[in-house]
Design a protein around this ligand. Structure first.
Ligand code: EPZ
Length: 417
């Protein structure tokens, strides 16, 4: 297993290019199941979760040809309608195959993903969406089995704006004749990117990015070519790293409008962030002022940047709170940051941080993608040497994060254990 060794306390300087978004690429790759024609997806990051998606598509009957950052998904044989546990357990987003396969073939069987390090993560909202469109579901030997005599366009009201459920129902609706309307839909930029792709395939999707999405499906969708949006969570992680470790960095291709809640909070804390042609520039300004945040669905503060933010706020001049409202167990990094000298008290879904002047290097462990990224930020800002184990979690969502930070002047190495 790989580990990172970080000799912290170096300022970060220069330019980094933001990769394509993992969480936009995953549903778009899966949407290729809606057609037998080839789909060309560009700006796809090279990540563990993306590779798992290729294996899933191949298992279902597609061909996947990767050339640099461009991926062609093609036809090999009639698709299977069963996603096996062996793949689903590695990546929960596998549940997104349910929508396209159910709409096209009238039945689908997907292993239930189960909980993960950050929470229980049920799929009831996805299932209610499919049921509203005319499907029936039951659980059998750990799999969710969905069947329908034919989906129909309907109004689907979500109790919570789930990102995955919105994507799943959008994909099902794109291949269902009639009009489906999703009320209380998720508004994340990744939803808009999927809507763009579905429109290129021949569906008519309007309202994505807002609370109500209207999807007019088509009996037959075609192949399409699409460039995935830049990764706002990677961007947010690097912003926190520069603010915490100090420095002056321009993030090329970063989209300012996708991160307004984070940027507003960082500015309040004192960081200087500007929109520059083709990206975002950040200039640090020493220890942050305390700023309390609350994670929320987009356009609120993103839960996926909460851990990197916490590493930054651990250094604040005063007391700041972090409230996590999206996932019930997303403070695993706090215990590791305590080992680095942070002062954090967790009570339910609220962490209270009393800022310290410096973090100190320690041996710590990543527990999920973003907790791991938060620890990298803490290690870059800390005095002394930090060793982060279980880096495979970080590799699920960041393409060679250590190379990016090394180019910006950090002293970070990947070692084999
Ligand atoms: C997506 O997960 C992202 N994953 C997550 O990123 C991200 O943290 C999350 O959205 C929130 O922004 C992908 O896009 C692949 P949700 P998703 O459905 O779709 C509850 C990362 O690190 N819920 O909006 O699973 C759920 O338990 C990952 O890149 C139900 O109760 O998120 C959670 O508490 C981690 N029932 C909340 O809603 C449901 O049927 C938000 O989940 C569905 C969700």
């Amino acid at each position: 297993m790989d580990a990172f060794i970080i000799h912290g306390g170096r300022r970060l300087r220069g330019t980094a290019r933001i990769n394509g978004s993992k969480n936009a690429a995953l549903p778009i790759l899966i949407a290729s199941l809606l057609t037998d024609e080839p789909c060309v997806i560009q700006n796809v990051p090279n990540l563990r979760d993306i590779n798992t998606t290729y294996r899933l598509l191949e298992e279902l009957g597609k061909t996947v040809t990767v050339s640099g950052k461009s991926v062609t998904v093609g036809f090999r044989r009639k698709l299977k309608t069963k996603a096996p546990y062996e793949i689903v357990k590695q990546m929960r987003a596998s549940i997104l195959v349910a929508g396209p396969l159910l709409a096209r073939f009238g039945n689908v069987r997907v292993s239930l993903p189960g909980g993960c390090a950050i929470g229980l993560r049920p799929i009831d909202i996805h299932l209610k969406g499919f049921e509203a469109m005319g499907a029936e579901s039951h659980t059998e030997q750990g799999d969710v089995v969905l069947a329908t005599e034919g989906l129909a366009g309907r109004t689907v009201r979500f109790s919570f704006p789930s990102v995955g459920a919105t994507e799943n129902v959008m994909m099902a609706a794109a291949a269902t004749e009639g009009v489906t309307s999703i009320e209380n839909a998720a508004r994340e930029p990744e939803i808009e990117d999927l809507a763009d792709f579905l429109n290129k395939m021949g569906a008519t999707v309007t309202g994505a990015g807002g609370k109500r999405i209207r999807i007019e499906g088509a009996a037959r969708l075609s192949g399409a070519k699409h460039r995935v949006i830049p990764d706002r969570i990677e961007t947010g992680t690097y912003l926190c790293a520069v603010a915490a470790a100090g420095g002056d960095v321009t993030l090329k291709e970063a989209v300012y409008e996708h991160l307004e809640a984070l940027i507003a909070a960082m500015r309040k804390a004192g960081a200087k962030i500007t929109k520059v042609p083709g990206g975002i520039r950040i200039v640090s300004s020493g220890r942050p002022k305390p700023v309390s945040i609350l994670t929320k669905p987009h356009p609120g503060f993103p839960t996926d940047v909460q851990a990197p933010w916490m590493a930054y706020m651990a250094l604040c001049r005063g007391k700041a709170k972090v409230r996590e409202t999206i996932f019930e167990n997303r403070f695993m990094h706090a215990a590791e940051m305590l080992r680095m000298g942070a002062s954090i008290v967790v009570n339910g879904n609220t962490a209270t941080l009393r800022g310290v002047p410096d973090l100190s290097g320690a041996e710590i462990m990543a527990s999920d993608i973003r907790a791991g990224a938060g620890l990298v930020v803490a290690g870059l800002a800390a005095q002394g040497t930090t060793k982060i184990q279980r880096v495979y979690h970080i590799d699920r969502g960041y393409e060679r994060i250590e190379s990016v930070f090394r180019r910006l002047g950090a002293n970070i190495l990947r070692v084999k254990e």
